[in-house]
Design a protein around this ligand. Structure first.
Ligand code: TSJ
Length: 649
């Protein structure tokens, strides 16, 4: 880190009573970091960056900042620079120390000395820069304020220099550089794509704000992105629909304007020819993946607009039932962004907006503007209405198909698929189902498994790509139904995680192109029709070893090239030149006991749990990889080769 030549000479601060309280506050943060940043895993690590950047975004919202730069420096040190007013450096009247020092050392100091007014209450949001400071091995702040440059350094939350004036300067702004504490975090490695995703979101939500992200960790390979969207939420919807095929030319944009309480709503939406819905909602720029009153108001309004339009233009006859929410949201991509002074976040993860007046506000503005849009754009209105109508017919067909499957399975008494070799235990905690590609691997798995708690379901032949199918095509599909029946938890609206028959759902396929394809198809299916299965961490990918390294009777299985080389080293001293390396091309090359030892035995096996960072990111990946457009797919793979590999976990 820079600018710390003077550190050693500077005396440590003398602490008065206030300061001691402060340090006890930050001590609490270090004792229970999870309480403040959610976790000490990779999410918590990234959360530190968002906390700092949010301060710059507040400054932008207040109208004083239009550029934010975020850099990942060598050693996974983060630097955030903005061109705002700079954090005030004068003595804070209550604390008796510089305001900037208060900001970094007093818990919950944020917002007490100004800010945009759109502060949020409770939860993990806006816990503030002092938390980041407490959880950083070191943090340095440089402020350009009132024509002077100031600097202060902290270690694990404690100031180790006074706030020093470094002399005159031009302009104003804030630079914060921090190194997350290895004593606190399980991992210190920043994920560029993860930061990019979140910063891009913020750039869309703050139209015109320029955010730059730079990865400077590898000098030979500097990566950077500049994010600036004049179109705001409209651009956001265009971006989300980038690899989809819209059925209307324009993005519909709805804005409420600000009311006397300072509340406002902005909505952008566009329909595409696919079958999925993607709604991203935000309150005060904070993502609300669990929805809340803004989403409820939006959904209620569009359903009403569609039904009134259908009745008025006689597209829905007297005998026809009303369209339901699912119908009018098929193929919908929407972004909802509301701003309010007294945001209440609810739910387990504080990811759901609770203020009831927002429902009415969003409902009425969406209802009015969308009704106008339909009347003024008859061609687009007809296209989206007809789509909703055919969604409603498909829903009816799916219901019939589902009832048929239910009757059939009741009739056939055993409702489990014939190919399933079930386990004998009946609980859904300790049991596992292996979904195995190919009959021969399926055979080995059946023989090698521990029957008490491991079930095997072999798959064979080409599987349906559900990215291009509606739910009615899943019912009765001979490749997918065995999975649905074996898992027992239903699909789509009927899905019920409590009915899942196993504790873990494990996909086991070869480590080659075909295996990759099967994994992607299965994950697409789970993501589109059994999403809570992924959200609840039930889906795993088995990792068969890539190599068998043997010397005489000694055998090692290697899951990476590094491991292979290490085992070769390990075994060679005793057996010079006698090390044999076999590369496994498929599961079929292993006999049942080898398959058990290397891939299925909980004591030895490597498995990856499938996790979903963000529905929007996952949606984009699945549409790109499995959808119809070839151009975006190629671009995506070229740009994200590393990420595709990660996702394919
Ligand atoms: F919080 C923080 F310290 F982590 C941090 C704050 C980090 C970064 C990168 C930037 C900022 C920040 C704070 N940028 N801009 C500001 N602005 C103020 O703190 C500020 C300045 C002037 C006034 C005023 O009323 O005159 C009010 C505020 C909140």
């Amino acid at each position: 880190m820079d600018n710390n030549q003077n550190t050693q000479e500077t005396e440590r601060l003398q602490y008065d009573e206030n300061q001691i309280q402060v340090l006890e506050g930050l001590e609490a943060v270090r004792k229970r970091p999870g309480m403040y940043i959610g976790s000490t895993g990779t999410n918590g690590l990234h959360h530190l960056v968002y906390e700092i950047v949010d301060n710059s975004i507040d400054e932008a919202l207040a109208g004083y900042c239009d550029e934010i730069n975020v850099e990942i420096l060598p050693g996974n040190i983060i630097r955030v620079v903005d061109n705002g007013r700079g954090i005030p450096t004068g003595i804070h009247p209550k604390a008796g120390i510089p305001t900037v020092t208060v900001v970094f050392t007093v818990l919950h100091a944020g917002g007490k000395f100004g800010g945009s007014g759109y502060k949020v209450s409770g939860g993990l949001h806006g816990v503030g820069s002092s938390v980041v400071n407490a959880l950083s091995e070191s943090l340095e702040v440089e402020v350009k304020y009132n024509g002077k440059k100031y600097f202060q350094r902290y270690e694990r939350g404690n100031p180790v220099t006074e706030l020093e004036c470094l002399g005159d300067c031009e302009g104003s702004g804030t630079t914060v550089t921090f190194k997350p504490d290895g004593q606190v975090f399980e991992t210190l490695e920043y994920d560029y794509e993860k930061l990019l995703q979140r910063l891009r979101e913020q750039a869309f939500l703050n139209a015109g704000l320029k955010i730059t992200l730079k990865d400077l960790r590898d000098v030979a390979n500097v990566v950077s992105d500049e994010l600036c969207y004049e179109g705001g939420v409209r651009s956001f919807v265009e971006y989300l629909n980038y690899n989809k095929t819209p059925i209307q030319d324009d993005v519909i944009y709805i804005a409420s304007g600000e009311d006397e309480k300072g509340t406002s709503a902005e909505i952008a939406l566009q329909y595409n020819d696919g079958y999925n819905e993607l709604i991203m909602s935000f309150a005060n720029n904070i993502h609300t993946p669990e929805g809340g009153t803004h989403e409820i108001g939006f959904k209620a309004a569009i359903t009403r607009v569609f039904n009134e339009y259908g009745r008025k233009h006689n597209l829905l006859k007297a005998v026809d039932k009303n369209l339901v929410g699912e119908d009018v949201r098929e193929g919908l991509t929407a972004v909802i962004s509301v701003k309010l002074k007294d945001a209440q976040f609810e739910g387990q993860t504080k990811a759901k907006l609770g203020n009831t007046y927002i429902r009415t506000l969003v409902d009425s503005v969406v209802y009015d503007k969308l009704t106008d849009y339909f009347e003024e754009n008859p061609a687009a209105a007809r296209a989206v209405f007809d789509k909703a109508l055919s969604a409603s017919r498909a829903r009816e067909a799916a219901r019939k198909a589902r009832d048929l499957t239910r009757r059939k399975s009741a009739f056939e008494s055993a409702s489990l698929p014939g190919k399933l070799a079930d386990c004998s235990n009946r609980d859904n905690v300790t049991t596992e189902i292996y979904i195995v590609e190919g009959d021969s691997a399926g055979g080995s798995a059946k023989e090698g498994r521990t029957r008490a708690y491991q079930a095997i379901l072999p798959l064979w032949g080409k599987m349906l790509n559900v990215e291009k199918a509606r739910i009615d095509k899943v019912y009765g599909n001979e490749k997918l139904m065995p999975i649905v029946l074996a898992l027992g938890c239903g699909i789509g609206e009927d899905f019920d995680i409590n009915k899942l028959r196993y504790g873990k759902v494990i996909i086991m396929a070869d480590a080659d192109v075909d295996g990759h394809h099967i994994r992607t198809l299965l994950l697409t299916f789970f993501f589109r029709f059994m999403r809570p299965l992924i959200e609840n961490g039930k889906v795993y990918i088995a990792q068969p070893p890539l190599y068998k390294v043997s010397a005489g009777k000694q055998v090692r299985y290697a899951y990476t090239e590094e491991e292979r080389d290490a085992y070769t080293q390990e075994l060679s001293p005793d057996n010079p030149g006698k090390v044999n390396i076999q590369r496994y091309k498929g599961l079929g090359e292993m006999n049942p006991s080898q398959l058990w030892e290397t891939t299925m035995n909980p004591e030895n096996r490597m498995m990856l749990r499938v996790e979903m960072d963000d529905a929007a990111r996952a949606d984009m990946v699945f549409t790109t990889l499995m959808g119809e457009k070839v151009g975006p797919r190629r671009e995506f793979i070229e740009r994200n080769a590393r990420y595709v590999k990660n996702l394919d976990i």
